[in-house]
Write a protein that binds this ligand. Structure first.
Ligand SMILES: [Fe+2]
Ligand SMILES: [Fe+2]
Length: 315
């Protein structure tokens, strides 16, 4: 449960926050926040921390298929990084009056706010390195935007380190993919993984700009770019690399922008990991809200130790 009402924690008025930001100052803590600022920064921090947190069991599952022990070691260092990234976000949320035990260990699985893509299992080493190339690239695009634009000082400063580690994760993916595509049989497997993963990562950036108003997110500087701008930035990084590898992805540069070459948004069959006909964003939101196959198992794995040990904070 959230310990104290937002209004009691955030003493400033919306006008005072606007004046503070327009003078070029960062927000350093609750003392500089208004209720709307606090609500907004909590929301974006929760999505970010949840995404980092759930990537750990998702990557751990796939790492079991590592071809050699030293490869398993590289995957484990990525898993460790992700848990540390999650810790940064949750710790900041603790400073912003959120009950961390509830947030991390007691919250029902369905209330976690990470992208739907992580609810679809990574079943092989190839799935893992493809996820490093696609999902960690998405994380990098989103967090670089926060790093450049965020008005919340403590998060902005912490991201200097996170950004470097995400670079390592996506380089891990890219190095592996370059090696794998030299063998036609492995290349076919890479193609098969990317076929289900690419569109899931396009969805990651959320509703298109004509469906979503970003007002407060951009005005208060929780982020700098809109959803569509972030989706474009991700395609600008991923599509040319896939072209270079000879892997087909349904997007191309049309001279002005990155254009998606398949129905989008699109129906997804979770059991076969295959894509179907074009659907509406309302259909996508329904699928996201229902969560996917791994949601409960991953959250259970993350919360299990809390239930079997006695590390709770004293009341
Ligand atoms: Fe991360
Ligand atoms: Fe990562």
């Amino acid at each position: 449960m959230v310990a104290t009402a937002i209004e009691d924690l955030a003493p400033r008025s919306e006008d005072e926050v606007r004046a503070h930001l327009s003078s070029g100052k960062l927000v350093e803590g609750l003392q500089h926040m208004s209720p709307l600022y606090l609500q907004g920064i909590r929301r974006i921090l929760t999505v970010s921390a949840d995404t980092e947190f759930v990537s750990a069991p998702a990557y751990l599952r796939a790492a079991q298929h590592a071809p050699a022990l030293n490869n398993f070691g590289s995957a484990m260092s990525i898993v460790q990084d992700e848990l540390a990234h999650a810790h940064i976000g949750y710790r900041l949320l603790g400073d912003l009056g959120v009950d961390m035990d509830w947030l991390i260990y007691e919250r029902p699985a369905a209330e976690f706010k990470y992208p739907y893509a992580f609810d679809v299992p990574l079943d092989s080493w190839i799935d893992l390195v493809c996820a490093n190339a696609l999902y960690d690239q998405a994380g990098y695009v989103l967090l670089s935007d926060v790093y450049e634009s965020s008005t919340f000082g403590p998060w902005k400063r912490a991201l200097a380190k996170v950004d470097k580690e995400e670079t390592f994760h996506l380089r891990h993916g890219r190095t592996w993919l370059k090696k794998l595509v030299k063998d036609p049989a492995e290349k076919a497997k890479v193609q098969a993984s990317l076929d289900w993963m690419f569109v899931l990562t396009l969805e990651w950036f959320g509703l298109p700009d004509d469906r979503k108003r970003h007002g407060i997110q951009l005005e208060y500087g929780f982020k700098g770019k809109s959803n569509d701008e972030l989706r474009q930035a991700w395609m600008a990084a991923v599509v040319p690399f896939m072209d270079e590898l000879g892997i087909d992805v349904p997007a191309h540069w049309d001279g002005e922008r990155w254009s998606i070459d398949c129905p989008f948004p699109r129906a997804f069959d979770e059991d076969t990991k295959t894509w179907g006909e074009e659907i509406t964003w309302d259909d996508v939101i329904r699928r996201w809200k229902a969560r996917g196959p791994m949601n409960e198992a991953y959250v259970e794995k993350l919360q299990r130790g809390y239930r079997t040990t006695n590390f709770r904070r004293a009341g």
